[in-house]
Design a protein around this ligand. Structure first.
Ligand code: T4K
Length: 406
């Protein structure tokens, strides 16, 4: 496991791992339960449109989130759009610059203006102190994101929203199962949105949900996700088709059954990474925050290029050559994406996070020994950073990093 620098794959072309170790390798729950639920759907000949599996999934998600209503959808992006539409948002909506683009797209796709706000330099979540400056007479709402599954500053955001008469929504795509001050994520703001995409803690192949305690909001979301139809054939709203299928709900239910085990494995992985990466100058594995509970679904490390000796992108190039498919979520920040291009200087914390964070494979993708091997590779790269940097510069490997596979 101790590598000489010349054994790194950037020099030899021989990767440490024969098979890629992915960030986001799906958790597969109880296969037998999945197949038996699927058989049931086939036997019933009821495949979509609010069938019994979707209803059961919605009850289970609502219970987990501690809310009265859950409307399951085909994905979280459309769930966000439905929540925005059903909450009657208008004009400008404040969103973090550091998030997956779906948060910002949902606002724009609904014909509204996303107003990007910089984030807290430590947590990457919306910084309540900064959003006030973005509030104008046209602002109708704030959408907080619980980045990496870590609840954002829900109480401070709620106080600001109340004071300014704004609607508060949460993009909880990454935060199913998380808690803030002992309360499950899902019950904050007017509504929250979960993702059950394949790469998430609990997955339904593709899936999402709007959860809320507001009965009338839930009724509007439910109608709008089924073409605006209320009852059998009355069309009460303009709507879309955002329904979850029975096959997706079968996967979601099987996945939910395995949730505790997934969280345990993630927590073990996170602790193993923390131990194995300890003491490397310029590399921080953020410590757990005792005030929040989350699923450790992402292991995110921060690279201070000066102290580490390599940039985050250089380290990613080193790891990808070893078949460790680390990702630079959420590079380059939404303010640098073509549809939202804005002056980078206005987002110094987003810029710093986008340049320094690296997400490492966890969950089902790795076991303890894999983590030790990944950590050893990182340590070798750090110890020989000058040779690695010189090689990457001449080889142009860093420039092709995004082409090194998925
Ligand atoms: N809001 C936030 C804050 C979000 O993070 C997301 C989604 C959304 C909203 C929207 O939710 P959805 O509409 O998707 O329900 C992935 C996911 O596609 C996306 O759901 C997720 N966030 C985001 C953080 O990660 P990419 O572009 O990284 O996907 P991709 O294809 O590169 O997959 C990531 C890794 O997972 C790859 O290295 C390969 C591995 N993988 C992926 C899939 C799909 C597998 O091993 N097996 C698989 O089946 O977005």
């Amino acid at each position: 496991m101790n590598h000489g620098v010349n054994q790194l794959a950037i020099f030899t072309g021989v990767p440490e791992f024969d098979e890629p170790r992915y960030v986001g390798l799906p958790n597969i729950g109880d296969r037998e339960r999945f197949f038996s639920l699927l058989e049931g759907a086939l036997d019933r000949r009821w495949l979509s449109n609010g069938g019994p599996l979707v209803q059961e999934f919605e009850r289970r998600v609502a219970d987990q989130a501690g809310v009265r209503h859950c409307v399951a959808t085909c994905n979280a992006t459309v769930a966000l759009e439905l929540a925005i539409r059903a909450a009657d948002l208008t004009g400008e909506v404040i969103v973090p610059a550091f998030t997956f683009p779906a948060t910002v797209h949902a606002v724009r796709w609904m014909g509204l203006t996303p107003v990007l706000s910089d984030v807290d330099p430590e947590t990457g979540n919306l910084d309540p102190a900064q959003i006030v400056a973005h509030i104008t007479p046209r602002t109708s709402a704030v959408i907080g994101v619980h980045l990496w599954g870590r609840p954002c500053a829900v109480d401070e955001l709620a106080a600001i929203a109340d004071r300014h008469g704004l609607t508060l929504l949460f993009d909880a795509a990454q935060a199913f199962g998380a808690r803030h001050a002992g309360r499950p994520v899902g019950g904050f703001g007017a509504a929250e949105v979960f993702s059950f995409h394949a790469t998430k803690l609990v997955n339904a192949f593709e899936g999402g949900a709007v959860v809320t305690d507001d009965s009338s909001l839930a009724a509007r979301v439910r109608a709008m996700q089924n073409f605006g139809i209320v009852g059998e054939d009355e069309v009460a709203h303009a709507g879309t088709n955002a329904k979850m299928s029975e096959a997706a709900a079968a996967m979601g239910l099987a996945s939910l059954a395995g949730m505790e085990g997934f969280v345990d494995r993630n927590r073990r992985n996170y602790l193993r990474y923390r131990e194995a990466l300890a003491g490397i100058p310029g590399l921080v594995v953020p410590p757990p925050d005792p005030s929040v509970e989350h699923a450790y679904h992402y292991v995110v490390v921060r690279i201070d290029a000066g102290a580490f000796g390599l940039s985050r992108d250089d380290l990613m190039a080193v790891l990808r050559a070893e078949n460790v498919m680390a990702k630079r979520y959420f590079y380059p920040g939404c303010h640098r994406m073509a549809p939202y291009h804005a002056d980078g200087d206005a987002f110094p914390h987003t810029e710093a996070l986008a340049a320094s964070l690296l997400t490492l494979p966890t969950g089902a993708a790795v076991d303890g020994s894999d983590i030790d091997r990944i950590a050893a590779l990182i340590r070798t790269a750090a110890e020989h950073s000058s040779a690695v940097a010189a090689h990457l510069a001449t080889d142009g490997a860093a420039a092709t990093v995004s082409g090194l596979g998925r």
